[in-house]
Each structure stands twice: as C-alpha cells, then as structure tokens.
Design a protein around this ligand. Sequence first.
Ligand code: ADP
Ligand code: MG
Length: 339
Amino acid sequence: MSDLIQLLPDAIANQIAAGEVVQRPASALKELLENSLDAGAKHIKVIVKDGGKQLIQVIDDGGGMSITDARMSFERHATSKIRKSEDLFCIRTFGFRGEALASIAAVAQVEMKTKRGQDELGTLLCVEGSEVRKQEPVQCANGTSIAVKNLFFNVPARRNFLKSNAVETKHLVEEFQRIALSYPEVSFSFFQNDMQLFSLSPGKLSKRIVGVLGQGYQDQLVVCQEETSLLRIKGYIGKPGSAKKTRGDQYFFVNNRYIKSSYLHHAVVNAFEGLMAADQHPFYVLFLEIDPSHIDINVHPTKTEIKFDDERTVYGVLKAAIKQALGAHLVVPTIDFSV
Ligand code: ADP
Ligand code: MG
C-alpha cells in the first residue's frame, strides 16, 4: 500500500491556523492595530463597516514596508520581530509569531497599501484566500493601510457564526479602547459606518482615559505609582465612590500589552477592602512594567494571558501600591501597608 501522509498546501494550513488567530472581526482589528504600533505609528485611523463583517481597515503612519517585505508579510511564520529562539524570552513588540497577516488573508479579501519614507512609490497588494491577486506600484502616503474585507467569505460556517453587527461592533470598540488606552501618546480615530465614534489626540494618560471611557471619570481618578526591583506600576484607580455594580472598566497592561488576570484583579479588590461594598467593582487602568525575561507571554495564542515567574510578589506589590494610593488620596484612618 502506498503512503498516506501529505503536507497540507499553504492555503489550507493558513486557513486552519486562522481559526486560532481570527475568531471574529475584533481579533483581526487587534492584530492590525498591534502591527501599526509595532511599526512605530503616531497616527492610526480605524474604519469598520457592518460590525467589521464588510470592512476592517487600519491606516497608519508607521515605517511601512519594502516591496519584498509587503509580499513576505503574508507568509506564515514570517516576521521582522524575532530571529532566534532566545529572542522569545525578551519580547518587546506585540507581534512575534508572524501568523496574523497570513491567517487573516487566508479567510478574507485583503488590500494593503504600504510605503516607506525613503521610497518614491509604495506597493499595492491584494490577497484573497491566501492567493495574491494583484501586486503593483502605487502612489500612497508613508505608512501602511490594510483593509480586510468580507471576513470569512470562504468559510461560511464561521461567517454564520458571527453575531449581530451591534455585538461585533461592541467587540471591535472594546479592542480599540484597550489599545488606545495603552498608547496615550499616539493619536487614534475610529469610524464605524461613516460615523466617527472616537477622536483621540495624543496626551496624558488621564486625558486618554476620559477620551476613551467617558467624561464620568474626569474627577474620579487617583494616581497609583510604585517601583520595586522587580516591577514598576503606574496608572490610575477610581475613587471608591466610583465603583460600580457591574464589572467593566478594569484594565491591566503588562509591558503595554492588555492582559486578563483574575489573580491580579483580586489583589486590587483586596486593597479596596472596607472601602466599597462587597458587590462592587473598582475602576482601574494599571500599567505593570517588568523585565520581559520574568514573564511568559507565549501561553495563549491571543496573548491575553501571561505567566509571571513570581506571581505572588507581583500580587503583593500591586496590593500595597493600591493601598498606598488610596491612603494618600482618601486619608483613610486605618491603612494597612502589609501585604
Ligand atoms: P508579526 O506581527 O507576529 O511579526 P504579522 O503577520 O502580524 O506577524 O506581520 C508580519 C510582518 O509584517 C511583521 O513582522 C511586520 O514586519 C510586517 N507588518 C505588518 N503590519 C505592518 C504595518 N502596519 N506596518 C509595517 N509593517 C507591518
Ligand atoms: Mg502582528
């Protein structure tokens, strides 16, 4: 009998990989925004239509790509961000897997325009279901524009699985908000079906919080700052009076990457003990900076979970920092600085 095993063609391999990287329009938006930030963009414009089902477009003024790089960027495991396995232990960029564009282009119609500052002309590249349909020189601005059209056009099961436009828009906005919060020095705008939902000029974090999450936080922010040999914490917590019954505006960023951590959330809640009702949730936007060699962000493909080498110390430092911030601003008589 003849042998049975064959390597999958790239288009199919990419489509399978896409299942992990691109669950919904918001995951594609996240990847595009992260690429723009990795490329050093200072201005980023987002356009989405029909909850991202028709269009997700990100336009940046970052470094742009050469013709060859533009073509390479759609190959799987093709990245400019790491070169050797040791690099995995000190990642300072969002990307490093080299999978996002290949995955997105496997399940959508993608149009990229990109130009580096030193080039006269840019490159227009159209890729559809992993097939390059068009590649030609184009006059365009410095930076990169990537339009993702008709996500999952070739995977009907996944397309049908998408939620209503309203729900998908909510996810897109949440993803945008996380990224916009973590880069107050970058200007962002967000349009949905030709309506501008956000216009964020560069500035301080406090201004960005209000721009992203609403005027309601204007007078509710308490500075939180702490530095130890292991980590640095900075950001804002809400005054206890601003705590809400519904969970919502809680943000942790580790080395500027949004993460979810019920363990660290617990540290914050614990620090608020006695200052708010047990069924309330405090507001916070907290940035933790830690040597990348002390964390592993490779745990989960979407990278919203990370592992700390020394989780308990991080917990302790965080809790102490919050207690201190609350103490300084609220002059609470019984401050316990122990962790
Ligand atoms: P990764 O970000 O993990 O490297 P991606 O598939 O997201 O993988 O992108 C592949 C490569 O394409 C990146 O490493 C980068 O060199 C290039 N690239 C993608 N988006 C942009 C952009 N907006 N500006 C400049 N280069 C980009
Ligand atoms: Mg990327």
